[in-house]
Design a protein around this ligand. Structure first.
Ligand code: CTP
Ligand code: CA
Length: 217
């Protein structure tokens, strides 16, 4: 099968030397890309800036901003026609409205930044991108994990949301282990035991390929 995967953070520039970003390491998305390639699938990975080696057998498209990730995703959906899309990137929700050409100087005692929304890549997959394959998103939450994940599942028309409690320090962002809850469109929620991101990735690839066959995506 053909997989499209997004991973890592995005960086939203403020001036030539500064940006807004987040703590995503890209480990979960890279582990999923690795597991898919090891299982013999064809994998394209759209990656924000991370400190991880390129997984063997995976085609990587490196991007910086949410806008670039959105455009690259649109192009690869058209060119690669993937069967399964897994959007694991921690895309910045806001970017500086104005990008300064020169380094901002500390002339004032305080500085207010005006931010604007970035495009929602997962939310664009069905419309306007017309992706009809198996659509999998992540939900990183610090509260009301299942309710928030189910809400995202419906709003973004996903087949599955992998929900992740990022309130603690040992699972979620920039860790090697993860504990997730799978949220399905029929309202079912299944907790997977805490395990390494690599074991979880292998487990997820098996389930997703089975799911894609089962619902004939
Ligand atoms: N996502 C995306 N593009 C964005 C924001 C999020 O593709 N601009 C994807 C993420 O890759 C993830 C899912 O949407 O698969 C949920 O991301 P999350 O940050 O949990 O949800 P948001 O919709 O951004 O809502 P909020 O941050 O307000 O909870
Ligand atoms: Ca978000």
């Amino acid at each position: 099968m053909r997989f499209l995967i997004t991973a890592g953070p995005t960086r939203e520039p403020l001036d030539p030397v500064r940006y807004l970003s987040n703590r995503s390491s890209g480990k979960m998305g890279y582990a999923i890309a690795t597991a898919a390639a090891e299982a013999g699938h064809q994998v394209v990975l759209i990656s924000g800036p991370v400190n991880l080696p390129a997984p063997a057998g995976v085609t990587i498209h490196s991007i910086q901003t949410a806008q670039q990730m959105w455009e690259t995703t649109r192009e690869l959906l058209r060119d690669e026609a993937p069967d399964i899309a897994i959007l694991a990137a921690a895309v910045a929700d806001y970017r500086p409205k104005f990008q300064h050409d020169q380094k901002i100087k500390k002339h004032q005692d305080s500085l207010t930044l005006e931010l604007e929304r970035t495009p929602d890549i997962l939310g664009s997959m069905r419309q306007p991108f017309n992706f009809s394959g198996l659509l999998v998103g992540f939900a990183a939450e610090t509260e009301n994990l299942i309710a928030n994940a189910m809400d995202k599942l419906q709003r973004k028309h996903c087949d599955l949301i992998i929900a992740n409690d990022v309130s603690g320090s040992d699972t979620g962002f920039d860790t090697d282990q993860n504990e997730v809850i799978l949220c399905f469109p029929d309202g079912r929620a299944e907790t997977l035991p805490r395990q390494s991101k690599h074991d979880l990735a292998r487990n997820l690839i098996q389930r997703l390929t089975a799911l894609a066959f089962a619902i004939d995506k």
